[in-house]
Structures are given as C-alpha cells and as structure tokens.
Ligand binder design. Structure first.
Ligand code: ATP
Length: 364
C-alpha cells in the first residue's frame, strides 16, 4: 500500500477503509444493491418520506418530483436512485457532474430522455456553470434553450423535454447554489449508519455472497466500518478471504478480528494512516496543540492528506479536535491507543487493554 498515492486522489480507493468505490467494489456492488425500499436498510426517515413521495406520484400517474440526496460517499445514494427508478417502473440514466463540462453535454442527455425516466446526476456540485444554468430551466419547465452559433449571430432554439425525475447526489449540499437546491421537490440527508444497521447490511451481503457468518462476526466487522455500508461490504470480502485461507470459511468474532488485524484496521475502524496521525500527535507532541504542517511532516504525509483524508474521521470519532491553536488529541484518543496523557497517573491494566491490541505495530 502506497500512502503517497492519497495525495493524488484524496479518497484513494486503495485504502481499505476509504469510502469511495474501487474497481472491485464496482464489480461486486451491483450484486449487493438492495432493489426496493423494503430491502434498503436504515435511513428510516428518508425511506418513509421517499415512500410517500413515490406512492403519491404513482397514484397521480405523474412523474416523481426531483430528489436531492446528500451525504458522505458509500452511504447508498446511487442505490437509492436506482430504487426510485425501480419503484416508479422507470428506466434510469446515470451520469455525474464532472462528466458534464459543457451545456451541450447536458442538452444531449436531456433531449434523449424518455418520459418519466430517472436521471441520476452524481456529484452534482461539480457541474460547470453553464450546464447548471441549463439544468434550472430543464428542471422547472422541462425545456432547454439550445444555443446555435456564436457571437451576435447566435440563436437560442427552444427544445421541449419529456417530464423526467432528476435525482441529484452530493457529498456537500452546502456547496449547491440556492437556485439549484430550491428546484428539488424533496431533499434527503443520508446519515452514517448505526452499528446494528451495519450488522444487518453485513448479514444480507454475506447471504448474497454465500458466506457463513455468525452474529458476533458481523458485529466485529460492523464496529470497524466507519458507519458506511460500502466499507462494511469491503471489509466483509477481505475477512471472507481470511476465513477461507486461514480458518474453515466461517466468520466468527475471532476470525474477523484476526483478519482485520492483518489488514491493519483497528477496533474503531482506524487504519494505518489514521493511527499514524494520532500516534504522532500523542507521542511526539504530548497531545498538542500542534500545527497541521508540523503534524504532516511528522507523519511524512502532505498537509492535504492529513487534513482531508485522516482528520475528518478522527474528528467525527471525537479523537482529535481542530482548534485555532492547532490540533489537539482528546482523552478518548489517549484511551484508544492505551497511552497515558502527560501529568495523569498511569492507567491500570484496564487502561492498557482499552487499546486495540495493535500497540505492537506502532510501539515506540
Ligand atoms: N441502506 C443500505 N442497505 C444495504 N446496502 C447498502 C445500503 N446503502 C448502501 N449499501 C451498499 O453499499 C454500497 C455503496 O452504496 P452506493 O454506491 O449506493 O453509495 P453512494 O452513496 O452512491 O456512494 P458514492 O457517493 O461514492 O457514489 C452498495 O454496494 C450498496 O449495496
């Protein structure tokens, strides 16, 4: 594993706990995707609300309102968009903001949509400005103006579109310009999944992959999956490999724990990079505060890698705080690594076992 690669792609797929999809994920995910709202696990509120929106549209014989899904990668936005199409009995077209750089690209897609079709636009916040402006009119009036020619001789030819449902997905709803946000009839924010929901995701995927797993094995993987179904499914596949080669193929707590120790994913889902940052903060800087640049040099990473790849999860987990004076480790960080904060009395045996049994990998 080459951590330097993370600076080129800040959600580097080679991270076992990275939330964006790698090639293997893409191949397997199609088979693991829930096909209807009933199969979709968790996100109770979103499911209930979406169910109402879709049922009502079906009852009216109308095309569903445009839907905006926001939330971190791997939480099921693509899956939900496919479910929306399936529930409406409509075809789906999938594209993404970065793929639409010119208004003409969007016009070509929109003009070829069938009536009622679902257009899934991933990373909608990364669309170009002219395409975004064309989308406003398409969403509201099902019409676009195609500009032909350049300069003073340019003419706008209006083009009627069949009614369609736009499902936009974004990791950051705050980045969307308000006029675009306002044109969605329904907006849903996807939350990270609770451990029991991830356990259900894991059991379901294990069934589909024909892997035997017990309740404790699923709980062990769920706890390390960073609240994200995509990571849960990926860890399940790696643990399955281990179970096949080193055990009898059955995933128990012991097998899952031993496998994820091999892959350097600890009990809270921290990987080598995350732990490296925490270790440096605690051992070299007494828990901080320390500046981001200094911390990055200490772990031999780029600033951006530490800030954008490692820190968000550490902050979310309450292990690290970003303050105006620099980065600070929380008491939970000391406990997690089984270390004693300066000035505190040494922990007893219980304190030391609060670590994750991987101290040997990072021991000073
Ligand atoms: N609620 C869920 N129940 C069961 N499986 C789920 C659920 N949500 C997501 N998954 C699984 O997690 C994987 C990733 O989901 P999906 O591709 O929909 O995420 P995403 O939010 O669209 O990610 P990205 O933003 O990176 O495109 C899929 O294989 C899917 O089967």
């Amino acid at each position: 594993m080459n951590w330097d690669d993370t600076t080129d792609d800040l959600t580097a797929p080679e991270r076992l706990v990275g939330a964006s999809a790698d090639g293997e994920d893409q191949a397997v995910e199609a088979a693991l995707r829930p096909k209807d709202l009933g199969e979709f696990i968790g996100q109770e509120k979103v499911r209930e609300q979406l169910d109402l929106v879709l049922r009502a549209a079906r009852a009216r014989g109308a095309t569903a309102d445009h839907v905006l899904l926001s939330g971190a990668p791997g939480l099921g936005k693509t899956t939900l968009s496919m479910i929306i199409a399936a529930e409406m009995g409509a075809p789906i077209r999938i594209t993404s903001g970065p793929a639409i750089q010119h208004a003409g690209d969007l016009a070509a897609i929109l003009s070829s949509l069938q009536e009622g079709e679902v257009l899934f636009l991933d990373e909608i916040h990364r669309m170009s400005r002219p395409a975004e402006e064309m989308l406003y009119m398409a969403m509201e009036d099902f019409r676009v103006d195609v500009v032909v020619g350049k300069g003073p001789g340019a003419t706008a030819i209006p083009l009627e579109l069949p009614p369609f449902t736009l499902v936009g997905a974004t990791t950051r709803a705050g980045l969307l310009p308000p006029p675009l946000r306002d044109r969605f009839g329904f907006t849903a924010h996807m939350e990270f999944y609770a451990p029991d929901e991830l356990e259900r995701v894991i059991h379901r995927s294990a069934r589909l992959l024909d892997v035997e797993i017990d309740a404790e094995g699923a709980a062990e993987i769920a706890g390390r999956s960073r609240g994200t179904p995509r990571i849960a499914n990926r860890l399940l596949r790696r643990v399955r490999d281990y179970a096949q080669v080193k055990a009898d193929g059955v995933i128990t707590r012991e097998v899952a724990s031993a496998a994820l120790q091999v892959y350097e994913v600890d009990t809270r889902g921290l990987d080598r990079l995350d732990r490296g940052v925490l270790e440096a903060l605690l051992k070299l800087f007494g828990g901080g505060p320390v500046g981001l640049s200094t911390l990055a040099v200490a772990v031999g990473e780029e600033r951006e890698t530490v800030e954008e790849v490692a820190e968000p999860f550490l902050v979310r987990e309450g292990l690290l705080a970003r303050t105006p004076r620099g980065r600070i480790a929380t008491p939970a960080a000391w406990a997690h690594l089984g270390l004693t904060p300066p000035g505190a009395s040494a922990p007893g045996a219980a304190g030391r076992t609060a670590g994750n049994g991987q101290g040997d990998l990072f021991g000073a």
